[in-house]
Design a protein around this ligand. Sequence first.
Ligand code: PAF
Length: 278
Amino acid sequence: MQIVRTLPELRAACAALRATAPRLGLVPTMGALHAGHGALVAASVAGGAATIASIFVNPLQFGPTEDLTRYPRDEAGDLAKLQAWGCGLVWLPGVETMYPADGATAIVPAGPAEGWEGAARPGHFRGVATVVAKLFGQVGAETAYFGEKDWQQLQVVRRMVADLHLPVAVIGVPTVREPDGLALSSRNRYLTTAERARAPTLHRALSRAATTLARGAAAASVLTTERAALERDGFAVDYLALVDGMSLRAIDAVRPGARLIVAARLGAVRLIDNIASG
Ligand code: PAF
């Protein structure tokens, strides 16, 4: 596995990979890798692509109240995992490469970026879309892999790719869960033992809501019931909603492609999750 830190090195390494593989697959990450990232790399490798993972903790997607310096970093551990998962190349750019001092361009997504995480974290999707567009331009991969865990992010990236006619196929990879249903996330490490024991309630509430909705119950009452159940369990619910899976607009009845999305705080940790509901 090759490790590169500058754009000229990246270009040379991608050109060399192109000579040996039919396609390049990009897995963008911010490090702190877990089995969820492993599933993204596995999907790329299984698709026959030479796989390039990027590790860049993107300052542009952190709000002023979010602690960028506290974001977990473990370069050596991440590299060992990527090697074991079959990654061919790791791109580790510095901030000065991604955001040169004279840089003047950003992507400002609307549509699926509005509401939910977009409302809770102003500027977040501007940061995500901008860095992902840069990574697409730098690597030039034919396919890129994103986790369904960040469902809204996946739709923002898909919309950007369609709107800007970017020559990359965006593949969503199903959420990897702990045996008790908790979606894997780099934030889970911040849960106390008691919070960790309660955290799977979030997925249970989503599953129960999906089942009740499938039986024909009214969305508004299902969402009110599950929100109250989460609050009784100690969650501060930011949102629990039934949305169209592509536009992220709230809907009042299940339909194909619908998604149940949730964000809730357990102590100091903000968890998000989603499941299909239609
Ligand atoms: O999902 C993430 O880890 C990040 O938002 C991404 C896509 C790597 C962009 O920084």
